[in-house]
Each structure stands twice: as structure tokens, then as C-alpha cells.
Design a protein around this ligand. Structure first.
Ligand SMILES: Nc1ncnc2c1ncn2[C@@H]1O[C@H](COP(=O)(O)OP(=O)(O)OP(=O)(O)O)[C@@H](O)[C@H]1O
Length: 300
């Protein structure tokens, strides 16, 4: 378990983090979300012990990160925007170099495993300077996985990747979580990608945590009046029981509801009188919730 207690960090007089507290359960995948400058990178650097806080502490599996930094680093892997790779060396030589730094036993076997997991077989012998952003990202991920960490901190891991690259990184993260029970914290402002991998979220704004919880919990807090967009064949029209649409054509209609509880009632009535092919709740995706959270905290 990871526990941050009342973390405050100033750079000079500028506050970067203010009284930040949260808990991350073992085996969870948490999205750390916030706009530029909200403190995500600073928080990750404090969590893995490379940066000290002005106040508060982070405990990782019972260890204080500022006091037992070496031990903490031995169980954590951190991928930052600067991957720390040597451009004049091949991908494989980079991995051998870092394996040596970690005093890894049987480095060649571990590197083979990671090269396969990250699908970098074809270019492992090429100089890193010739790699694309996506290739570097995968190699960077292989590097931070070398010492078999049980916790992974990822700062914007999909930045600069094309859609295929993004899918691949997310697929690997899911695999690491499901197969190895790895605890993962991912910072990002590309929200739509995160819902495929995260079970928990921490939303930051100006150095403070403004919301946290599972996707469902957060949606329930922010979505009081859902709109439902329905695609269906309704031979007798869209008006069903107490519900009438605010907009409709022959195949689809939009219903404005007053509460979440009305969603199953409406769907039941629609399926009783026609064929429902698709129903989508507008405004309950992470992206919409993100803006709702930002708006709610805009004046604080
Ligand atoms: N080394 C530093 N020296 C001075 N100020 C810093 C330093 N690192 C971060 N800051 C400031 O702290 C605040 C939080 O920055 P941080 O990089 O943690 O935000 P972020 O949420 O990761 O942003 P981004 O999404 O742009 O990466 C910003 O105002 C930033 O300018």
C-alpha cells in the first residue's frame, strides 16, 4: 500500500503541492489527472523518494520514502518523460548497462523476457538515437522493469505516441497489473485513454487533490441529471410512460432525466415497447467529468 500524508512542496515561494493526502491500494491502477503545472510530476518525484517534501510523508509498504529511499527504489520503477537512455548505445546495450547498475543476476535472460514483452526484438541492436518516440518509450519501460519492481510510476507514458503505440503501452500495463499484480500510478491529461486501464483516479488542480475515487464513485458525485441517447426501433413512437424525449428522429432519441435512478426505468419501458440497439449516457465519460470537476473547483 502507498500512503501520502499531508505532502506540501514549495519551489522557492511557489507552492507546487499543498497538503496532499491519499492512499493507493496494492494491485490497483490509479490515474493521476490534472492540467499542466498541477503538481503531478512533483508528486511522483516525491513518492519515489528522489525529491524531498517540505512537509508530510509518503509511506510505501511501510517504508518512509525520504528515509529508506534505497529500499523504496528497489521495489519501484519510474518512467519519466526523460527516459534516461543513452542515444549512442543500442537498445540492448542500454538494458545491459542498467542491468549491471542494478546488479541483476542473469541479465541476458531478463532482457530477453522484456524485449519480448515490449516487442522490441527487431530493433534492440540499433542505436537508440535512431529510435522513434514510441520505440524509446517501450525501451524506457523495459529499463524500469529490469529489477522486477512491484510498483510502477509512469509520468505521461503515452505522450508522443501514435494510436497503435498508445494501445500497445496500455495493453502491456494491463498485463503487468493482471498477471503480476503490479501496482501502477499513471499521470496523464489524456483522460480517454486511462479508463481502459485505471480503476482509481486522483484529480489534481493547482497542487491540491480536488477529487478521488473509482470512476463510478466520481461519476455518481458529479452527474446528477443524466441525458440518455438511445438508438432503437419504436413502432409506436418514443413516448413511453412518463418519459418523452427532448429530441428524436426515426432511429434515435435523447431523453433528459432527473436522476440516475430513472435510467433503468426508462430502459425497461423502451425495451417493452420496441427494439433497443444502443443506449449511451451523455456526460458520464471521464472527459466530461474532468471538466465538471475543474469547473466545480475553478473559484477555489
Ligand atoms: N524544479 C523546479 N523548480 C521550480 N519550479 C518547479 C520545479 N518543478 C516543478 N515546478 C513548478 O511546480 C508546479 C508543478 O509542476 P509539475 O511539473 O509537478 O506539474 P505537472 O502537473 O506534472 O505538469 P505537466 O502536466 O505540465 O507535466 C509548476 O508550477 C512548476 O512550474
Amino acid at each position: 500500500m502507498i500512503e501520502a500524508r499531508n505532502i506540501t512542496k514549495h519551489f522557492g515561494t511557489l507552492p507546487a503541492l499543498l497538503n496532499v493526502s491519499f492512499t493507493i491500494q496494492q494491485g490497483s491502477v490509479t490515474g493521476l489527472i490534472g492540467p499542466n503545472g498541477s503538481g503531478k510530476t512533483t508528486l511522483i518525484r516525491i513518492m519515489n523518494g528522489v525529491l524531498g517534501a517540505n512537509a508530510g510523508q509518503v509511506m510505501i509498504q511501510g517504508m518512509n520514502t525520504s528515509q529508506e529511499t534505497e529500499k523504496v527504489l528497489s521495489i519501484c520503477g519510474t518512467l519519466t518523460e526523460q527516459s534516461g537512455l543513452y542515444e549512442n548505445m543500442s537498445g540492448r546495450d542500454n538494458l545491459l548497462f542498467f542491468a549491471d547498475a542494478f546488479a541483476l543476476k542473469c541479465p541476458a535472460e531478463r532482457i530477453d523476457e522484456l524485449v519480448e514483452l515490449l516487442e522490441i526484438q527487431d530493433y534492440q541492436h540499433r542505436k537508440v538515437g535512431t529510435y522513434s518516440t514510441g520505440m524509446k518509450k517501450r525501451l524506457g519501460l523495459a529499463r524500469v522493469l529490469l529489477h522486477r519492481p512491484s510498483i510502477l510510476f509512469l509520468d505521461e507514458p503515452t505522450n508522443g505516441l501514435d494510436p497503435d503505440g498508445i494501445q500497445m503501452v496500455l495493453r502491456i500495463l494491463r498485463r503487468l497489473n493482471v498477471e503480476q499484480g503490479m501496482t501502477i500510478l499513471i499521470s496523464s491529461h489524456v483522460l480517454t485513454q486511462l479508463s481502459a486501464v485505471c480503476n482509481d483516479y486522483i484529480f489534481m488542480e493547482k497542487g491540491r487533490i480536488v477529487e478521488k475515487g473509482t470512476e463510478q464513485e466520481i461519476i455518481q458525485r458529479y452527474q446528477s441529471e443524466p441525458r440518455l441517447e438511445v438508438e432503437a426501433d419504436m413502432p409506436n413512437g418514443w413516448i413511453t410512460g412518463a418519459f418523452s424525449p427532448v429530441a428524436a428522429n426515426s432511429h434515435s432519441a435523447t431523453f433528459q432525466l432527473s436522476s440516475r435512478e430513472q435510467i433503468p426505468q426508462l430502459l425497461r419501458q423502451l425495451t417493452e415497447s420496441g427494439q433497443v440497439y444502443q443506449a449511451r449516457i451523455e456526460g458520464n465519460d471521464l472527459e466530461s467529468i474532468y471538466f465538471a470537476i475543474r469547473e466545480a473547483n475553478a473559484h477555489e
